[in-house]
Design a protein around this ligand. Structure first.
Ligand code: MG
Length: 363
């Protein structure tokens, strides 16, 4: 089975940030729609999918286990970091492997299956209005315009443990799976989503068209769409490996072998260096530069005296006063952040906490 994919994410026309995230780690695909003050939404959806990505790569546990672990990661971070307290996210994930799709789902993002002219919803919205629809209290049409239609009954990261909906759907050649955040279906009717999916065979163009349709309808929310086309060519997906292995093995001289060995060593060292560099570049923390609080890129460690970070921004906040607050007593060792945005949020929170401590007296 081969999966051809199209991916589109867009901030929409109203929001100031895109708090949606997506994951493409074949055979695992997912969307997450974050929520929470400051930059909590972004942090939650990123962290949740990063966790699933890492576990999927390691092959650790089932997809549902990975989502449960993502819940713990987001919840722990929300407890640890005051700037993102109460953050949460939806998460709808599909593992397309063998001849089926395994689904794991929390929240109100959705998975659809489009097959032979029929579009079927594969997930249940964990919303208050959906609960009311199921109880027969309101109709589907009333739910669409209900003032509380955005209230979730279940989201990832807001409780220490969580129930994850799971399902397994057999896949056929020609199936199209659609994963999307509510920014799509809140704006575009399902009939229109289906029409776009059925008239546009190219998955990337279909994803782009769906996002455009949501924006044309108002784009009041972030929009994220993954279009996954199932092709059953009868190939297991390891054709390239087989060709390489089947090639005749030639004997090489000692010198050739030495050169090959040296080249491999250089490539491996180079890759390790690049990987290390990239890892370091992706890390952020809030620390101290001189007498002030500063934002650093890198990690707060100096193996063999080598600096692995550099100052990006020196704030006006006095480091000694911030470090005097219980929450930030580890400032001199560096308070780690998930991203630059996260580091900014920590600094913002420090500023507020300083003000509160100065004004509030007893605190
Ligand atoms: Mg949304």
């Amino acid at each position: 089975m081969r999966i051809e994919r199209g991916i589109a994410t867009d901030i929409g026309r109203v929001r100031e940030r895109n708090e949606d995230s997506f994951l493409v780690e074949p055979p695992v695909f997912a969307v997450a729609d974050g929520m929470g003050g400051h930059r909590g939404g972004e942090v939650a959806s990123h962290l949740a999918l990063e966790t699933v990505e890492t576990l999927a790569r390691e092959g650790a546990g089932s997809l549902a286990d990975q989502v449960r672990q993502a819940n713990r990661a987001v919840f722990a971070q929300s407890q640890r970091d005051k700037a993102v307290t109460g953050m949460g996210t939806t998460l709808t994930a599909a593992r397309l492997e063998g001849t089926s799709a395994q689904l794991a789902h929390v929240g109100d993002s959705r998975a659809y299956l489009i097959r032979a002219g029929v579009m079927r919803r594969l997930t249940d919205d964990h919303t208050l209005v959906n609960r009311m629809v199921k109880a027969g209290e309101i109709s589907e049409e009333e739910a669409e315009v209900h003032p509380h239609r955005n209230v979730l009954t279940r989201s990832l990261g807001t409780e220490p443990e969580i129930d994850v909906d799971t399902d397994e759907v057999p896949l056929l050649d020609g199936d199209r799976i659609l994963l999307c955040s509510d920014g799509l279906f809140a704006m575009v009717r399902e009939e229109q989503i289906q029409a776009i999916c059925e008239t546009e065979p190219d998955p990337q163009k279909a994803a782009d068209k769906l996002v455009r349709a949501a924006n044309r309808a108002g784009g009041v929310d972030n929009i994220t769409v993954l279009v996954l086309d199932v092709h059953d060519d009868g190939e297991p997906g390891d054709a390239a490996e087989r060709t390489a292995a089947d090639e005749p093995v030639r004997r090489r001289g000692r010198l050739t072998r030495w050169i090959v060995g040296a080249v491999v060593a250089v490539v491996v060292l180079g890759a390790a260096w690049t990987f290390g560099q990239r890892y370091v570049d992706r890390q952020w923390y809030v620390g101290q530069s001189g007498t002030n609080v500063a934002i650093y890129q890198g990690v707060p460690a100096q193996p063999l005296g080598v600096h692995l970070s550099h100052v990006v921004l020196v704030t006006r906040l006095p480091a000694d006063k911030v470090a005097a607050l219980e929450l930030y007593r580890n400032l001199s060792q560096g308070i780690s952040a998930n991203s630059r945005a996260d580091a900014d949020a920590i600094v913002q929170q420090m500023q507020q906490d300083l003000k509160a401590a100065a004004g509030g007296g007893g605190g």
